[in-house]
Design a protein around this ligand. Structure first.
Ligand SMILES: Cc1ncc(COP(=O)(O)O)c(C=O)c1O
Length: 399
């Protein structure tokens, strides 16, 4: 029985998201259908999650099979899928061990705990603080929120953990801050996703690597949005040949099932000991079977597809930028692309939604495109046409 009369509470769901009225019930690759049978082209993929799109035949068959066997056994017992996926992720990332979680934020929490514990083991337990970047987004749990820069998200929950902010791409400020602060860890996203699809320079990533090694600071790359192939390499930082100490993953790894991972290199793989961290559900047989299928697809050339389709989309967006003054900049890499507009992007996003193209806005003025990796050539072209048409119909700004 519900006993509320607060109109902001829709169907008993806390009002933390602005939800639209469509109800999506079905899908096929990069197409989703609402309950009235209308088709939408999906450039959002459940916010950079559904790498294999909707209704993937092999994923469906394998998960159906797994549901009929064991879905959950707990981390008190070994399971072959858990171990296969951990090993394969270590191979893909150059790390040594994995801790499985159920979300991005939980993966970040695990990385924070590794860093704190590492400082205890190093005999410097006073090194408790963290350094993160302006515009960073690392999640919403209290630890991860402490590393998230947006004041709107932070203020209602103060006080948070001690974090010092550095301007992205300011190498001098970064080196000086790490040397004087001596934090437990530096967190960064190689391409800032929620921050507006802003790519960090190779020089900045290298400075981060060097100054962290010099000072014994744990370097954490948050690749929750950029990782698992979205930018065309398994990790975005691999493009620059830079390896962190710890890397966090989530979003596409479970192909739509809730799954995250925190991976650590040889130095930190043993930092957390028995009982010092845990998760009831993390890395269970069902999600790991999904991840195994996803990793098989990666091994069968899915990243080539990301690179080719990403280049097609990027080239098309650059052409649109030449035609339409509303577009100020094309950002990103692979199938993680953003269009910075000359105005707040919400209205444009709604126009595109009416044109049945799903995407969202970040950082106020950026339209974010993170389609499934399996999107076809014709669908990319179709999306570009819908964007052209919708943007052409908008008034000039400022008027
Ligand atoms: C870079 C990054 N880190 C962390 C998170 C938090 O992930 P989750 O929402 O799964 O907790 C996100 C989510 O968008 C993200 O983009």
């Amino acid at each position: 029985m519900t006993s509320h009369c607060d109109p902001s509470i829709e169907a008993g769901v806390m009002p933390t998201y602005a939800r639209t009225d469509e109800v999506y019930v079905d899908g096929d690759g990069a197409i989703v259908r609402d309950r009235d049978g209308r088709e939408y082209l999906d450039f959002l993929a459940g916010i950079a999650v559904n790498a294999l799109g909707h209704g993937h035949a092999r994923m469906t068959a394998e998960l159906q099979d797994q549901v009929g066997k064991v879905m959950h056994v707990s981390n008190l017992f070994r399971h072959p899928y858990t171990e296969t996926v951990a090993t394969r992720l270590c191979e893909q990332t150059g790390m040594t061990a994995a801790f499985f979680t159920n979300s991005g934020s939980e993966s970040v929490e695990c990385a924070m705990k590794i860093a704190r514990k590492a400082m205890h083991l190093a005999g410097t337990p006073e090194r408790t603080s963290f350094v993160a970047l302006e515009r960073a987004f690392h999640g919403r749990s209290l630890g991860a929120l402490s590393l998230t820069h947006n004041q709107k998200y932070r203020t209602p929950f103060a006080p948070l953990l001690d974090v010092t902010w550095v301007a992205p791409d300011d190498c001098t400020m970064l080196a000086a801050t790490i040397r004087t602060q001596r934090p437990a860890a530096l967190f960064l996203e190689p391409i800032q996703g929620e921050g507006g699809i802003c790519e960090l320079s190779r020089e900045f990533l290298q400075t981060a690597r060097d100054v962290c090694s010099e000072t014994g600071t744990v370097l954490v790359h948050d690749e929750i949005q950029t990782g698992c192939g979205r930018t065309g390499t398994f990790l975005a930082a691999q493009y620059h040949d830079i390896t962190p100490d710890v890397v966090t993953l989530a979003k596409p790894i479970g192909a739509g099932l809730p799954m995250g991972v925190c991976l650590a290199n040889e130095t930190y793989a043993n930092t957390l000991e028995k009982g010092e961290h845990g998760s009831t559900f993390g890395g269970g047989p069902l999600v790991c079977r999904a991840a195994a299928v996803f990793l098989d697809e990666i091994d069968s050339g899915l990243l080539d597809q990301v690179r080719v389709r990403g280049e097609q989309l990027r080239t098309g967006l650059l052409q649109l930028q030449d035609e339409l003054p509303i577009i100020k900049e094309v950002r990103g890499r692979g199938l993680m692309l953003g269009l910075r507009l000359d105005r707040p992007a919400a209205e444009t996003q709604q126009a595109l939604h009416r044109a049945r193209l799903l995407l969202n806005c970040t950082a106020g003025d950026v339209l974010r495109m993170v389609p499934p990796f399996v999107i076809t050539e014709a669908q990319v072209e179709d999306g570009l046409q819908r964007i052209r048409k919708a943007l052409q119909s908008l008034p000039r700004f400022p008027q």
